[in-house]
Design a protein around this ligand. Structure first.
Ligand code: UN1
Length: 500
């Protein structure tokens, strides 16, 4: 790995193509969750940096919007190539700052590379529409226009992939970006900013300001020139952002929590279901918005599923994700650990049966990191808090059911609507489930995680506010439709009146 981390290294903000230490002179340690060693220092910037970044973005955007989209896309293409060249190095850094195991880190970096090439292709599409005019000798069309300066606020659980989901479509569409990455995982943002610089993105088109949500995030909401906020993170923060953006008439795209379920019907391929549940419940230590945290299992298969999951969970290796043999890494920090611990107590008090796990691993090789044992509850009911609220950790609860209808009803009885899955061999159940599961993403014979970047990503109800990341739908967040009428009749033609 060529990038060496030095614990005293102070990262800098990237504003108008230059690297600045924060005017506040404040920093926080970034810790490796696998061993709590300090990796680097993240700036805790202030309002001044947000104002400077917004000002730079405003000026840069005017020029950038005039660059033909296929040329804007070429920069993204170069970004993709540089990410590809540095894939292994970025993946290792990602494992160090986030804790996810190296195989998943490689997957996440790949997600960013895919997004670069996909959005680079969009530079030669950015399709608009032509529509017949109601008048003679008049041409009507609608095109996607950039919004201007956009603000993106990204989480620590997918620090590079989600940043690419938001920044790449924004940039290819002709916007300039002010980006606040999560303070837990600034290294990915720092490296991506360097890649943008190396790829030749003009100064000011992307600006990275490190700092807290309460200072930098709030300051972004106050900036009139930031016209769009795209946020992925917790529900509470998202609601606050939505309220403030509502007051200021900013467009806002929110991607928040999930309480995603796998349904296992009595005709399921049980081995496949076990694999799917393990991968989506314990991958990234359950810290995905798409993580599986409920399993509605047909009562005929309940005992067998309980047994098989316990056997497989016992085989999971837990530790520092840089070690290729490790399957489950640490959770992000102590706050995360404590929240998970509280939910274990809540689940026990509610009467769910703890089959395995349920404790912080803090002895021997796990003493120094934030490790939580993969946890399986059974005999949960739909109304329990562990079956309703997002835990964001390696905890999954089995809920016995007797029919598909019951499973779907329980699936839909939560505040969130991100992802769901069904394991069945019955084609009728497949089609009924894909229609009736009220989530933005539905999987058949696969777990709840694993979205691909060229499809829309997002959810219904409390998961968001109707927008989507990724796919062509992401362009809707970062563009506005502009209707253009060209009258070539040589006379004044009044719509609705001079119609023959
Ligand atoms: C998230 O958890 O916020 O579908 C994103 C998946 C990943 C992305 C998850 N491709 O699980």
């Amino acid at each position: 790995m060529s990038r060496q981390l030095i614990k005293d290294e102070k990262l800098r903000n990237y504003i108008n193509g230059k690297w600045f230490f924060p005017s506040t002179e404040k920093y926080a340690d970034v810790k490796n969750p696998a061993n709590l060693e300090a990796l680097v220092q993240v700036p805790l910037s202030g309002e001044a940096e947000v104002a400077a970044a917004t000002g730079a973005a405003k000026i840069a955007q005017k020029k950038w919007a005039l660059v033909p989209a296929p040329q804007r896309a070429e920069v993204l293409y170069r970004v993709g190539l540089l990410m590809k060249e540095r894939k292994e190095e970025l993946s290792q850094l990602l494992t160090m700052e986030n804790g996810k195991v190296i195989e998943e880190a490689r997957g996440e970096v790949q997600e960013g590379i895919d997004m670069a090439f996909y959005m680079a292709g969009e530079g030669r599409r950015l399709f608009g529409q032509t529509t017949p005019s109601e008048l003679k000798d008049k041409f009507a069309m609608s095109v996607r226009a950039p919004v201007g300066v956009v603000g993106i606020i990204t989480p620590w659980n997918f620090p590079i992939a989600i940043a690419t989901w938001k920044s790449f479509p924004a940039i290819v569409a002709g916007n300039a970006v002010v980006w606040k990455p999560a303070t837990e995982t600034p290294i990915m943002a720092y490296e991506l900013a360097k890649i943008f610089e190396e790829a030749g993105l003009p100064k000011g088109v992307i600006n990275v300001v490190f700092g807290s949500g309460s200072t930098v995030g709030e300051a972004m909401l106050e900036q009139d020139d930031i016209r769009v906020i795209s946020f992925t993170g917790s529900n509470d923060v998202g609601r606050n952002i939505a309220a403030k953006c509502g007051e200021r008439l900013k467009k806002v795209s929110l991607e928040m929590g999930g309480k995603n379920a796998v349904i296992v019907m009595d005709d399921a391929d049980l081995s496949l279901a076990v694999e799917g549940i393990l991968w989506s419940a314990f991958g990234t230590s359950g810290q995905r918005c798409t993580a599986c945290s409920r399993v509605m299992v047909h009562e005929d298969l309940k005992e067998e599923l309980e047994e098989r999951l316990q056997v497989e969970i016992a085989k999971l290796t837990i530790g520092n994700g840089l070690d290729e043999s490790i399957k489950v890494g640490p959770v992000i920090n102590e706050h995360g650990l404590n929240k998970i611990k509280q939910y274990i107590e809540i689940g026990k008090d509610e009467g769910a049966k703890l089959l395995t796990g349920g404790y912080v691993m803090d002895s021997g090789e796990h003493a120094a990191g934030n490790y939580f044992a993969p946890t399986l509850f059974t005999d949960a009911t739909a109304d329990m808090r562990i079956a309703q609220e997002e835990i964001f950790g390696p905890v999954v609860s089995l809920i016995p059911v007797t029919s598909l209808e019951e499973a779907i009803e329980i699936n839909n009885q939560v505040e969130f609507g991100l992802s769901s899955s069904i394991f069945t061999r019955d084609v009728n159940k497949v089609f009924a489930a894909q229609r009736d599961l009220d989530t933005g993403i539905v999987y058949v014979n696969a777990g709840t995680t694993g979205a691909e970047i060229h499809l829309p990503f997002g959810g219904t109800k409390g998961t968001g506010n109707g927008h989507r990341d990724s796919g062509v739908a992401a362009l809707d967040v970062f563009t506005e439709w502009k209707a253009i009428y060209v009258d070539f009749s040589g006379k004044l033609q009044r719509a609705q009146i001079d119609v023959e």
